[in-house]
Structure formats: C-alpha cells, structure tokens
Write a protein that binds this ligand. Structure first.
Ligand SMILES: Nc1ncnc2c1ncn2[C@@H]1O[C@H](COP(=O)(O)OP(=O)(O)OP(=O)(O)O)[C@@H](O)[C@H]1O
Length: 736
C-alpha cells in the first residue's frame, strides 16, 4: 500500500536517479564527441605524408570508428543498477565503464569484478551489499527503480530506507512483448546464470538446460565477459560464435554490441566453409553415417586415392630421346612429398619437382657427360614443358577442390568401395548419390575435413598474412601511442595489428572469416546438441587451445548425428578438461506450458532436464480439436489472427504458427487468407523455430511433428505467453 509520503519519497528517489543518469549520458556524449573530433582531425589530414604516416592514420581512424560504434551501441539502458555497500560505498553498474575527466569512476562495467555482487549477492550471502537497486530507463529517462534489500538493518542504520521501491525487475523483463530480436539480460542476470557467465576461460564449459533457461543469453553474456577480461588475448584471435541458422543469428545479432562488444564472428557451420551452398536434404540415416568420426578416414583415403601410381612404366619422347616414367620413381617421389606433411594440393609441387629432376637425370645420362649446370636447367625446362609429362604428373598427383573430391567420392562406387572400406556394403550404398546432387548439412564438416587435407588449389588467392604482430611491431605501436596518445581507447596490440599492411588492417572478424585456417581464442557453440562428431572436429581445429562455451539441451536434439548424452560426445574431445553446469529455471515459458512440454517429453522418453518456470500465467495453454484435416489450417490461422489482432491493438507482439514440414505451404496460404491488417503472423516448421521465441505459438498437429519427438518439444516451448494446440489427429502421449 502506498500512502502519500511513500509516493513522494519514491518520486524523490526517481528524481535523484535521474540526475545521476543525466550525468552519465552527458559523459557518454563527451567521450563520443571527443572520439568524433579526433576522427574528423585524422580525416582532415587526408591521404598526404609518407606511407608510414598514412598507415598510422588509417589505423587510428579505424580504432576511433570502432570506439564510436561501441559508444553508440550502449546508448539504450546505459545504466541499469546501483549497489549500496555496507562500507558506505555506492556505485552504479552499466553496459560499459565510464570515468569523469579526472579519471574518477562514474559507471562500473557489468563485467568488472566489482559488479559481480550485482548478480551474485543474496540475502543469505550478501557479500557486503545492503541494497541492490534496478533502474529501468526508457530513452534517457528513469521510469522505475526497484530495490532488492539484502540487509534491512544496515540499510536502516545508513538511513537509506526512504523511498524503497519494488516491482520485480525480472518479472517485468519476462513479461515484455517480444520483438523478434533477442534482448540482453544484463540488468537481470540470475545467480545460476552469473556463475556460468563468469566461469574461467580455459577448458570447455558445457551448459545443459531446458528450453528458455537462458542458455543463448548466457552464452552471449559470457562471450562479452570473456572479451572484457581477456581482451588482449581475445582481441587478437577473436571469438567465434556458432549458431544453428542465419535466422537465429539475425535474432541475436545486436546482443553483443549492446553489451559493448563488436569483435565476435557469428556464423553457422556452413558459413565457415567457403565452397558450400547447402540446398540438399537427406535421410537421418545418411546424416548419422556422415557424422561419424570414421568419415575422417574416408575423406583421408579419398585424398590419398588422388596420389596414383601408373599400372606400368611409361615411355615419353622428349626432343627425340626417350625417358621412362618408372613406377618405382613415382612411388619414391610421392613418399618424399608426403613426408613433408603439407596438404595434398600444396605438396603436389614437391612431387612434381622431384619427378622432373629424376627425368632430367635420365636425359643427362643419355647426353655427353660434359654438360654443365646451365644445360641442366634447360633440360629441366624441356621436361617440365612436355605435355605428355605434365599429363602423367597430373594423373599421379591430381590437384582437386574439396567440393570435387566429395562429388566424386559419393558418386563413384569404386571410389567409395576404396575410401569407405571400413563401412559395410549397405552403408556405402546409403552414401551413394548422383554427382549433380546438391550438398547437405552433413556434408559441411566433410568439406571442411577435405579442405584441411587438400589445402588451397593452385591459383587460389593467398591466405591472409599472419595477424600476430611481432615484438618489434608491438614496440613500434607503443611508441606511436606514446607520441600521439591513445586516450586509453587504443591498445598497442590492436594498433600494431592494424598497422600491418592493408590486408591486416581489416578487423579480426574480417580476417578470420577470410582465412579457413584461422584459429580463435574462444569458441561459443549454441544448440550444440545438434553437432555431429565430424562437426566437432571442424570446430576443434579452429581452437587448438580448446577453450569452448557449449550450450545446448539434449532433449531438443533433432539431428540424427547429434548428442543425447554429453559425456559420450565431450569425453573423447576434451578428456578431463570439460565440465558441465545446469540451468534449471525457464525464463521464457509460463508454468502451465512447462508442465505440458515436460509431460510430453517424459512420455516420449526424451532426456529432459529439471525445469521450473519463473512465471505463472493464467490461461497459458489452450487446445482445439477439429474434425478432419481440412479444418486444421483454417482453424489454426483463425486462432493466430485473433491473437495477432488483439496484440496489434495493445502493446504489439509476435505470433507464430508452427507446423509439420509437410504442411508449411498450406499453412502459409491459410495464414495469408485470414490475415488481419497490421497484425503479422509468422509460419515456421518446428525445426526453424529452434532457439526463437514468440508471445503466442500455435502448434498444429502435434502428432505429425512428433515423428521427431525433439522437434515437438522445441515447438511446444516457444511461447512466452500462450500455447495454442490445434489438432485433427489424436494427441501424442503426455499431451492428451
Ligand atoms: N535473467 C534473465 N532476465 C531476463 N530475461 C531472461 C533471463 N534469462 C533468460 N531470459 C529470457 O528468457 C528467454 C529465453 O532465453 P534463451 O533464448 O537464452 O533460452 P535458451 O535456454 O537458449 O532456450 P532454448 O533452449 O529454447 O533455445 C529470452 O527471452 C531471454 O531474454
């Protein structure tokens, strides 16, 4: 109950916070203006001066541009918390750290050790905090404050108990309408999540949790946390974030910038493989087979098959003389070339050189003994230019692209018999497909494995030069900083990296994406239960230090080659250096939805985790049975349109119709037919909704989606407010 006095006190509290927030934004503006002025100054100087001067200026310009981008990205909800400590200290927590012109701290970065208490303190374990205050801002205006008192007596003693407020920052955040883009949770990170976010960088951390427990959110916040605490290391090597689909990446793409980080590479597995256009689909059986680790040997054998020895010695005429391409010479030259350990396409040059030398020797032996070095060079050139010899050398060591290697492997039975000899005939028959067949998801790790063994094709663009600055370059960058001053915005490492040639002036993200052999400082994998053992090999290659954050839910697995039990996948990859944490509270789904989803998952024997919902909502689940398939889509579309139009009249929100794969087209038609102006309804197959969320999810014909139980579990757990089930067939066990 509020009386007038407490209302007035609350208003004063709000006003006081508004002053603080105004000062913070003023400082943000100053810092941004200063960076803008410096950038303008550099640009005014134009492209004059020595190449070295220009290079320095370019490097500074990019760094100021990055800094301005970072400052722009933290504008929304710059400050969201305040901590009152028992020693009388008070500080504000926000997206980035800010200090005043005299370096006195104004705002503490949420990732700094001092801010941890904001997330970790509890009444039982206050850690020196007497009150934690959440600030809600809209634009630059403070619209609400909410106090979380951890030590009432101390608070009273300190005279801070006037104007306390409490609305439930978490519940307010959870109740917000969905926009189709993920928001950050930096203001309301919960203790079990905070422990994951701040776990050490080394080794692999697996985070298992049911739907909506914040795995994606936590993974992104952890990436931002690690980049802040291990800036030097991770700025140079970058952080790789792997998501399940482009749509998912769009959904999360502004979370990291809003947390003050712009340096991560977000992509899908397919995005890591240059040549892959994935349009094909294949059966679960084939996908499972292609995901097996033994496929690495199959690809290796296929590459080895390109190093052939002719059936018999071959004679070739050069300028009226005969040389013999001997099987024994070919074998020896191949062994030597292989011993160098270079990829197939690169090693071809060593093989060819060796063979040309052997054939030149044969010519020398046939000619007079007084021939000198110059004559030898000429003879060598004759051998190299001989067309029949070139053809023979190519046949013995054929350069090949990863895509061509796989096309041949899967379309030529004799090749499969040779390369996949450890598989049985039925398995090899499964792998066989026409040479013109498009690539599939399961081909991606195989293409990458092939690229690793083959290397670049002759004539490929050279790789990006090493990004690591040498000590000398670092020293130079430090001296440049000493002379010109970097205002703390620029580190010597990043300046040195940027001053290396034009190629390396690109951001780490750009350089990493251009270079297939780039190794990252840390890799974050979302929906990690979907990855096959071959896909894991692909990621491990990209992070030899094996520093991984792996988030997923084995109960949601859809891929036949995915993980159903973490130790089975992780032990072979990480040995003792992985650990698992569990998240157990769902911040997305209301309690009634969680109950329905868990009942289904248990009946379908999915390996579900413990799951409690953070919120109870009335009327969160509704089921509509219809007569016959014809009525199915029209009913689903009508139910969806009704919700969409109600929401369009209110605060807005997202409605999705989630259907079995075979019904996507008819669902789109039905939704278009019953569309209401200004009220959008999305149509997705269950698989497409992985990782996404909507205010209302209309799940159509669960029995058909449940052909893959993990898919239905995903579909049922997408809504933040209401689950509508529309069905003609009998409901699957657990839902009935
Ligand atoms: N501490 C929190 N405060 C506010 N919102 C949160 C918190 N944790 C999670 N959420 C919200 O809960 C929703 C679900 O989070 P997220 O998508 O990260 O879950 P998930 O575990 O990855 O789910 P799924 O397994 O279904 O992909 C998101 O809207 C997220 O912003």
């Amino acid at each position: 109950m509020h009386d007038d006095r407490t209302l007035a006190a609350e208003r004063r509290g709000l006003e006081a916070e508004q002053h603080v927030v105004d000062a913070l934004y003023a400082r943000l503006d100053d810092v941004r203006d200063e960076a803008g002025r410096r950038l303008a100054g550099i640009r005014r100087e134009g492209p004059s001066g020595s190449p070295q001067n220009r290079s320095e200026r370019d490097a500074f310009a990019t760094l100021y541009e990055d800094r301005i981008m970072q400052l722009d990205a933290v504008e929304d909800r710059l400050c969201f918390g305040r901590l009152d400590m028992s020693d009388g200290e008070r500080f504000y927590v926000g997206r980035i750290g800010l200090s005043d012109a005299d370096h006195a701290p104004l705002l503490t970065d949420w990732r700094a050790p001092a801010a941890q208490a904001f997330y970790a303190a509890t009444a039982a374990n206050p850690g020196g905090v007497i009150n934690r205050r959440h600030l809600t801002t809209r634009g630059r205006t403070v619209v609400a404050v909410e106090d979380d008192v951890l030590d009432v007596e101390r608070l009273h003693e300190a005279g801070l108990d006037e104007g306390l407020a409490g609305e439930g920052a978490l519940l307010a955040a959870l109740g917000a309408r969905r926009t189709g883009r993920m928001g950050d949770i930096v203001a309301t990170i919960q203790t079990e999540q905070d422990e994951v976010i701040r776990a050490p960088l080394t080794g692999a951390l697996v985070v298992q949790g049911g739907p909506g427990t914040g795995k994606t959110a936590v993974a992104l916040h952890r990436a931002a946390f690690l980049m802040y605490h291990h800036r030097e290391q991770l700025e140079r090597r970058g952080v790789l974030m792997i998501g399940p689909s482009r749509q998912f990446l769009r959904y999360i793409d502004h979370v990291l910038p809003s947390l003050g980080e712009t340096g991560a590479v977000s992509t899908t597995l397919a995005g890591l493989v240059r040549e892959a256009t994935i349009t094909g689909v294949e059966s679960d059986e084939v996908a499972a087979l292609k995901g097996r680790t033994e496929m690495a040997t199959v690809v290796k054998n296929a590459v080895r098959e390109r190093q052939r020895v002719p059936q018999a010695d071959q004679e070739v005429r050069i300028d009226g003389r005969t040389v013999v391409i001997r099987r024994s010479d070919v074998k020896e030259a191949q062994s030597r070339a292989r011993r160098e350990g270079r990829p197939h396409n690169d090693a071809r040059a060593a093989f060819a050189k060796d063979m040309i030398s052997r054939l030149t020797n044969q010519l020398m032996e046939q000619l007079e003994s007084h021939l000198d070095a110059d004559d030898r060079i000429e003879l060598e050139r004759d051998v190299r230019d001989s067309k029949p010899i070139r053809v023979m050398l190519n046949l013995c060591w054929l350069p090949v692209s990863p895509a061509q290697l796989l096309r041949d492997l899967f379309s030529k039975p004799h090749l499969l018999d040779y390369a996949a000899r450890s598989f049985d005939q039925a398995e090899r028959d499964l792998l066989l497909r026409p040479a013109s067949a498009p690539f599939t998801e399961a081909d991606i790790p195989l293409l990458d494995e092939a690229a690793e063994l083959l290397g670049d094709m002759p004539g490929d663009a050279p790789r990006a030069a090493s990004s690591e600055a040498s000590e000398e370059e670092l020293d130079y960058a430090r001296s440049v900083l000493d002379t010109f001053g970097g205002d703390g915005m620029v580190s010597a490492e990043s300046l040195a990296a940027r001053m290396k040639g034009s190629e390396t002036r690109m951001s780490v993200a750009e350089r990493a994406m251009r270079d297939r052999t780039w190794t990252y400082g840390h890799v974050v994998v979302d929906e990690a239960q979907e990855l096959s053992p071959m896909a894991w090999r692909m990621l491990l290659r990209r992070c030899p230090t094996r520093s991984f954050t792996i988030v997923g839910d084995v109960a949601q697995v859809a891929s036949a080659a995915g993980t159903r039990w973490w130790p089975e996948t992780m032990d072979p990859l990480f040995g003792d250096s992985w650990q698992m944490r569990e998240l157990t509270i769902s911040y997305r789904i209301p309690a009634a939805v969680a109950e329905v989803a868990q009942a289904f998952a248990t009946a379908a024997r999915l390996p579900v985790s413990e799951l409690r919902a953070a919120r109870e909502l009335d009327d969160a689940v509704a089921t509509t049975a219809v007569d016959g398939v014809d009525a199915l889509m029209s009913t689903a579309a009508r139910v969806a349109a009704q919700h969409a139009s109600e929401m369009a009249d209110g605060e807005g929100g997202l409605v999705a119709v989630i259907v079995p794969d075979t019904m996507a087209a008819s669902a789109r038609a039905a939704v278009a037919a019953s569309a209401v102006d200004g009220a959008d309804v999305e149509v997705h197959t269950a698989r497409e909704t992985k990782g996404l969320e909507f205010d209302v999810a209309v799940v159509v014909e669960p029995a058909a989606i449940a052909a893959r139980p993990g898919d239905l579990y995903v579909a049922l757990t997408r809504p933040t407010r209401r689950l509508e089930i529309v069905h003609a067939e009998a409901l699957p066990a657990g839902l009935a």
